[in-house]
Design a protein around this ligand. Structure first.
Ligand code: FE2
Length: 200
């Protein structure tokens, strides 16, 4: 059932963020996020089903989320739970202007919101989702009011205003305070990352 798969995904994400997040801001934010999420799930919520959609960039999902790529048990459990839930998810491209993006960005990326305003589980203040990119895609600079913690599930680079480009590596995490400009880019391989946002 979809609810059980969603609960399993949230449990796996909860454990993966708990074991990988290091920055104090990210620890505080993600602990609050998963506490809120576990509460929301305990209320037996109605899920937004029947909206499943894949995009062309999803041809990279199989490679990017192949469980054998993940040596870390918590990360492997997370991608396995994600793959089980994915048939119920809606993939979408980011809309609006795209400062800094390259030509490969259109058609070369896909996002899915598991929890959030348009998520499988609707929620206003907590968002949980994945970004998938084809090789050699540069995602646009963007900002958003909610604070955000990324969990990298592949190689790939991230940009944060004041810090420049950096490479967290598989299982690496980083924290975006509210409103900070940030971006990401893939290298020679597909890119996968989970994000957890919280409106403060
Ligand atoms: Fe973001």
């Amino acid at each position: 059932m979809s609810f059980e798969r969603l609960q399993a995904l949230v449990n796996a994400a909860d454990a993966a963020f708990l074991s990988h997040v290091e920055a104090p801001g990210a620890q505080r934010s993600t602990r609050a996020i998963f506490e809120t999420l576990q509460d929301a799930l305990s209320d037996d919520p109605v899920l937004r089903l029947g909206q499943a959609k894949r995009l062309p960039a999803c041809i990279h999902l199989e490679t990017a989320s192949a469980p054998e790529r993940f040596e870390d048990a918590a990360l492997r459990a997370l991608v396995e739970a994600f793959r089980a839930l994915e048939p119920d998810l809606t993939w979408y491209e980011r809309t609006g202007d795209a400062p800094g993006a390259n030509a490969a960005y259109r058609g070369g990326h896909a996002n899915t919101m598991i929890v959030g305003p348009g998520g499988l589980l609707r929620h206003q203040s907590v968002w949980l989702g994945m970004s998938l990119m084809a090789p050699k895609v540069r995602y646009p600079d963007h900002t958003h009011p909610p604070e955000e913690t990324y969990l990298a599930l592949s190689d790939g680079d991230f940009f944060q205003e004041g810090r420049g480009w950096f490479t967290p590596g598989m299982g690496g995490t980083f924290y975006n305070p509210p409103g900070i400009r940030h971006a990401m880019r893939s290298g020679e391989r597909p890119f996968l990352a989970m994000w957890a946002l919280r409106a403060c």
